[in-house]
Write a protein that binds this ligand. Sequence first.
Ligand SMILES: *[C@@H]1O[C@H](CO)[C@@H](O)[C@H](O)[C@H]1NC(C)=O
Ligand SMILES: *[C@@H]1O[C@H](CO)[C@@H](O)[C@H](O)[C@H]1NC(C)=O
Ligand SMILES: *[C@@H]1O[C@H](CO)[C@@H](O)[C@H](O)[C@H]1NC(C)=O
Ligand SMILES: *[C@@H]1O[C@H](CO)[C@@H](O)[C@H](O)[C@H]1NC(C)=O
Length: 433
Amino acid sequence: MAKQKQNNTIFVHLLILFLSLSSLSVSATTVVSLLQNYGKPIFRSNFHTIYDTSNYGLLQLSNGLALTPQMGWNSWNFFACNINETVIKETADALISTGLAELGYVYVNIDDCWSSATRNSKGDLVPDRKTFPSGIKALADYVHRKGLKLGIYSDAGAFTCQVRPGSIFHETDDADLFASWGVDYLKYDNCFNLGIPPKKRYPPMRDALNETGRTIFYSICEWGVDDPALWAGKVGNSWRTTDDINDTWASMTTIADLNDKWAAYAGPGGWNDPDMLEVGNGGMTYQEYRAHFSIWALAKAPLLVGCDIRNMTAETREILTNKEVIAINQDSLGVQGRKVQVSGINDCSQVWAGPLSGSRLAVALWNRCSKVATITASWEALGLESGIHVSVRDLWQHKVINGDAVSSFSAQVDSHDSKLYIFTPSTASYSLK
Ligand SMILES: *[C@@H]1O[C@H](CO)[C@@H](O)[C@H](O)[C@H]1NC(C)=O
Ligand SMILES: *[C@@H]1O[C@H](CO)[C@@H](O)[C@H](O)[C@H]1NC(C)=O
Ligand SMILES: *[C@@H]1O[C@H](CO)[C@@H](O)[C@H](O)[C@H]1NC(C)=O
Ligand SMILES: *[C@@H]1O[C@H](CO)[C@@H](O)[C@H](O)[C@H]1NC(C)=O
């Protein structure tokens, strides 16, 4: 019975994936019709205003990557500059042994500090001889043997943020070198940028990566300075919308709100990037990390783990391995969820929601108040017709908690915690009306 249901679900997902893939080349408006496709009057007329996808960046870069947000790990948030080839290899091993890789976390991304302070006599970048004595190619081979992918870091400026050589005016040589090593992903930072606008500095690396002939994920990191959502869809597979995250509640909530502004611009091929996860780094509570992960998943953010995955607590692991939450992030429709309803002191009781494939909605009740609160999501705010019956599945409890909710849904949420649900409207019950 359960197996049967699962098979059906997989079939539906494949069908939707097929439908969305076959419409990708047509035009951006296909997404709107995809949302309307279900014909039944489930959604209110304000649905497309709430979930505006008019700027949905549909495969603009066309390198075949980022159909869903990228998943993996990045060295910066936990290790900063204290990296070496041992720690990268052990992390790759841990991605496999913890089961994270199997859930989709496949990019092993080395951030700043892998390179020597100067280029060699030929002008090439050189891995730091002390910390990466075997070189990056050996590391790429190592992670590839495990079925993982290797990411590297450089900077669209004269130096990286930690003052290693940057790639501006060396785009072709550096891209060729990365491709020759078997690199699969480039995070491209914004330090020492010589005052040249990002719109001028980021496209040359896109073109250089493309010309290598190797498929390389291009992650733009210009910190949201020049509103990259407005132009980066044609340049990169993701673009940072904000300054760096840090391991605090204040930083995480601020960044979530800043990133929300650009929701209409994300889509398959190009994603808003509110920066890497801090889950497991110790600066926030279990509830806060659960909210962080819930909102990043719903907002179609890249899920790049930023802790030491060789040494995760059971709680950290439980959060990062929640398959149902990951499935929201990786849903084939690729529409970014957003803040749809607020109430309470400083708008601290919040409802975030987004459309999913199969006429479903992802809904988060996020309590940013200092006390426990009951938060209500109204059908009106969610864009659902008032008579619609909804089955509510709790993705942290892993069960359906209300098979027949009508007109609104409420739950008590702990301070700084977030509940996360999938709402499945029942079309049958509506047609009986
Ligand atoms: C490699 O880096 C890790 C993490 O910073 C550190 O614990 C370890 O001692 C380093 N190993 C070597 C050989 O430098
Ligand atoms: C290079 O760009 C072209 C045109 O956008 C695209 O079709 C091709 O797949 C790209 N190649 C790589 C390796 O990214
Ligand atoms: C973390 O980010 C918050 C919010 O942006 C900021 O106020 C704070 O100064 C940052 N803390 C550190 C240690 O960088
Ligand atoms: C593992 O993490 C715990 C905190 O969760 C920390 O106290 C301990 O030092 C870490 N161990 C290693 C080997 O890094």
